[in-house]
Design a protein around this ligand. Structure first.
Ligand code: FAD
Ligand code: DHB
Length: 397
């Protein structure tokens, strides 16, 4: 068995793991990242696309924002489509902040390049990752790589391995509490190389179900429609997708849509989930390993970033001060912000999707949206959540 040592063993090289590695590196803390998949596989996953201002600030602080600033698209507003009309929520003029459209894939690539440039250790295709003695004082992580067994001794383990990872699953059920809600539909997403005919995102509530018009760049669109959980991607030809998307977006947008061939198409279920606490002895959970939000508020990736921002501060202060206090604060500090993002994502999901067979809910949905379009206070509330609550205020005790 090959043995090595690091200060922090990070499980998972998604945005949470890679960004934590980068922030720790800049704080002079050594970390090794173990990733089950290959780097190419990780870069091939099409996921989130909207970054909060706070996320951009953290990426700047981590020294990985040069391309983001050059290529990211700053959006000062977002639109809600309802009953054939579009209503703009003027983010910037309401709350003084904007969001940046920059794909998770691009952010991941920037982080991978920064990690390679500083020579930090990342093991891709690490199999059978197992966590040991995280409840005691000598945590270890074992794994298989290149046909050999390996063991890493460490001070701490960061579980950044997503919803299906091994980290949370290593903690016995009686030591953790879970809160969840499943939604009775999924999102079918399509990526296509065509210039977006919309300049800002459009979240549309239609009688046929939800649809979202988004983008990745001046030459690439990303669009979604609410679909059945039973649907399979093969049942959705490009022609069927664009037809459904156009009907849900309303005439004005429909006329501008090009029926471009898809370069990626996938279905994702919608779920709200939080585990408490986020710290178990010397194991910390961050990102999707700790929580899931339905994608409607564009919060999943942004929450992963605020978690690891808090975690790097906790570890940095712990090494500086030599006390447990910063480590003790990690879980409550994170959870305060996580629950606010859970609330917002749940609210957006309820207002914009079709929940069949619930007439009362339908009237409430219409009333909520009419209130939003008419009320400055309601628009302010939506805007301050959509651009992202401040890291410190949201986390205030
Ligand atoms: P992940 O990105 O899941 O990274 C975890 C990493 O851990 C992965 O690379 C995985 O391979 C690795 N791993 C897992 N198990 C192990 C193991 N046993 N050993 C070693 N490594 C392991 N958010 C939005 O805001 N908008 C969207 O449109 C959107 N779409 C999404 C679509 C899908 C299909 C999914 C799954 C998520 C989507 N999200 C979206 C959410 C957003 O992408 C996530 O919140 C974000 O990726 C979280 O980052 P993470 O690093 O915590 O987890
Ligand atoms: C995208 C995804 C989201 O969940 C969202 O709310 C906004 C944009 C996207 O993939 O572009």
């Amino acid at each position: 068995m090959a043995r090595t040592r690091t200060q922090v063993a990070i499980v998972g090289a998604g945005p949470a793991g890679l960004l934590l590695g980068q922030l720790l590196h800049r704080a002079g803390i050594d970390a090794t990242i173990l990733e089950r998949r290959s780097a190419e596989y990780v870069l091939g996953r099409i996921r989130a696309g909207v970054l909060e201002q706070g996320t951009v600030d953290v990426l700047e602080q981590a020294g990985v924002a040069a391309r983001l600033h050059a290529e990211g698209l700053v959006h000062e507003g977002v639109e809600i489509g309802f009953e054939g009309r579009r209503h703009r929520i003027a983010l910037k003029s309401l709350v003084g902040k904007a969001v940046t459209v920059y794909g998770q894939t691009e952010m991941t690539r920037d982080l991978m390049e920064a990690r390679a440039a500083c020579g930090a250790r990342t093991v891709y295709e690490a199999g059978d990752v197992a966590l040991h003695d995280w409840a005691g004082s000598h945590p270890r992580v074992t794994f298989r790589h290149g046909g050999e067994s390996h063991e890493i001794d460490c001070d701490f383990i960061a579980g950044c391995d997503g919803y299906h990872g091994v980290s949370r699953a290593s903690v016995p059920l009686e030591r953790r509490q879970e809160f969840s809600r499943e939604y009775p539909f999924g999102w079918l997403g399509v990526l296509a190389d065509v210039p977006p005919p919309w300049s800002e995102l459009i979240y549309a509530n239609s009688a046929r179900g939800f649809a979202l018009a988004s983008l990745r760049s001046p030459t690439r669109v990303r669009c979604y429609v609410q679909c059945s959980l039973q649907d399979k991607v093969e049942q959705w030809s490009d022609a069927r997708f664009w037809d459904e998307f156009r009907r849900r977006m309303g005439e004005e947008v429909a006329d501008l849509v090009t029926l471009a061939p898809s370069i990626e198409k996938s279905i994702a279920p919608l779920r709200s989930y939080v585990v408490e606490p986020l710290r178990f002895g010397r194991l910390f959970l961050a990102g999707d390993a700790a929580h899931i939000v339905p994608p409607t508020g564009a919060k999943g990736l942004n929450l992963a970033v605020s978690d690891v921002y808090y975690l790097h501060e906790a570890l940095r202060d712990h090494y500086r001060e030599g006390t447990e206090r910063p480590l003790d604060e990690y879980s409550p500090r994170c959870l305060r912000r996580i629950w606010k993002a859970e609330r917002f994502s749940w609210w957006m999901t309820r207002q914009l999707h079709l929940f069949p067979g619930d007439a009362f809910a339908l009237r409430m949905q219409r009333t909520e949206l009419e209130y939003l379009f008419d009320s400055h206070a309601a628009q302010f509330s939506m805007a301050e959540n959509y651009v992202g609550l401040p890291f410190d205020e949201a986390a205030r005790a």
